[in-house]
Structure formats: structure tokens, C-alpha cells
Design a protein. Structure first.
Ligand code: GDP
Length: 194
């Protein structure tokens, strides 16, 4: 799939502010600093997501329209160390509402850092998606930071720690060096075409 057109549609917190569910949708999520903004910018070939935005600011769900054909949704990251309990609760509520109501959601891209074992929060997110029967793929970020032996092991570690079924695609990527982005777009295209 080629990305020909990228439009920012809006930011929203509540379902009544989401764009109408008139096109298939793909969402991307991961812990803070995982490289989400960088990957979005590389995938969409456009500096559209803020890299390393200040944590603790009001975080919103950002909707983009791609090729007039589907929505791409940037979900707020989790696991900020400096966030208060009240803010975490707000995040949880916003995410619950999104995942439980968004009827046109076809795929979630769950990001993990290729350099480290997935965290407990990553595992919880994966369990949550499975419980809601939302299709997902796992994408490892920052592949360029790994040496050869780490590269060879990274996929296996992600699969083991997240207890992934063999049917779940795991793709290791680098936003910086644009590695394996076409593979991610392949699954996006497959999901929105069904
Ligand atoms: P976010 O908080 O998940 O949106 O993460 P960012 O995209 O802001 O990235 C966090 C940090 O990781 C920044 O310093 C990025 O430059 C760096 N980063 C992100 N992706 C890559 C990558 O593919 N390779 C390398 N080497 N660094 C990356």
C-alpha cells in the first residue's frame, strides 16, 4: 500500500467527538517513549505526530484520514512515570471508551521497544485487546539500535514475554532507518480491506 494522502481530522476524548465510523480504522498504541510518534511519521511519510511531546500534558486521541480510505488513530501512550493516579484513571477511561465503542476498529498496532523485554503494561494491553477480541499485531521499534545477536533474539523474546499465539504477526522496525515499514503497511492494508 502506498500512502498518498494524509489529513489530520481531529483530536477527541469522548466518543461523541470522534469522526463518524464511516471508514475502517487502525489504531496505534504503546508505552511512552517507545517510538510511536517517530514510527507514525515514518509510516505516513509526514511529520504529523509530535516526537517526544512533554509528558503529563492533556493527552488526546488523534484521528487522521489516509488516502480518503481509512482512519489512522494515534492513541495516547501509557506508562509515564510522572503521571498522577487521577490522570492514569482518565487515560484508562478514555481508552476503555474508545476500544469498547469504536465499531469500525479493524486493527491495533501494539508497539514494544525491540531493545527491552516487553513490560508488564505491554502484557496487560495485549491481554486487554484479546479479551475484547480486537485484532492486533505487535511491532518492535528502534531495531537500528540492536546488534546482530540482539536482532536474532528480539522477536523470540517479545513472543515469549507477551505469550503470543503463533498467529500474531511480530514485526521489528526502525523508524530512523525505515526498516520493515512496508510489512506494517501490509497488515494495515489487509485489515482495512476485509
Ligand atoms: P513516543 O513517546 O512513543 O512518541 O516516542 P518518540 O517517537 O518521541 O521517540 C522517543 C525517542 O526514541 C526519541 O528520542 C526518538 O528519536 C527515539 N526513536 C524513535 N524511533 C527510533 C528509531 O527507529 N531508531 C532510533 N535510533 N531512535 C528512535
Amino acid at each position: 500500500m502506498k500512502i498518498k494522502k494524509v489529513e489530520f481530522i481531529k483530536s477527541a476524548v469522548k466518543p461523541e467527538d470522534y469522526p463518524p465510523p464511516d471508514k475502517p480504522e487502525v489504531a496505534i498504541v504503546g508505552r511512552s517513549n517507545v517510538g510511536k510518534s517517530s514510527l507514525i511519521n515514518s509510516l505516513l511519510n509526514k511529520k504529523i505526530a509530535k516526537v517526544s511531546a512533554t509528558p503529563g500534558k492533556t493527552r488526546l486521541i488523534n484521528f487522521f484520514k489516509i488516502n480518503d480510505n481509512f482512519y489512522f488513530v494515534d492513541l495516547p501512550g501509557y506508562g509515564y512515570a510522572s503521571v498522577s493516579k487521577a490522570e492514569r484513571k482518565k487515560w484508562q477511561k478514555m481508552m476503555d471508551l474508545y476500544f469498547q465503542t469504536r465499531e469500525n476498529l479493524k486493527l491495533v498496532i501494539l508497539l514494544v521497544d525491540s531493545r527491552h523485554k516487553p513490560t508488564n503494561l505491554d502484557f496487560i494491553m495485549k491481554e486487554y485487546l484479546e479479551a475484547l477480541e480486537i485484532p492486533y499485531i505487535v511491532v518492535g521499534t528502534k531495531l537500528d539500535k540492536l546488534n546482530q545477536s540482539e536482532k536474532a533474539k528480539a522477536k523470540k523474546i517479545i513472543k515469549e514475554v507477551l505469550e503470543l499465539d503463533d498467529t500474531i504477526p511480530v514485526i521489528l522496525t526502525s523508524a530512523k532507518e525505515k526498516i520493515n515499514l512496508d510489512q506494517v503497511l501490509f497488515y494495515v492494508n489487509q485489515a482495512i480491506s476485509n
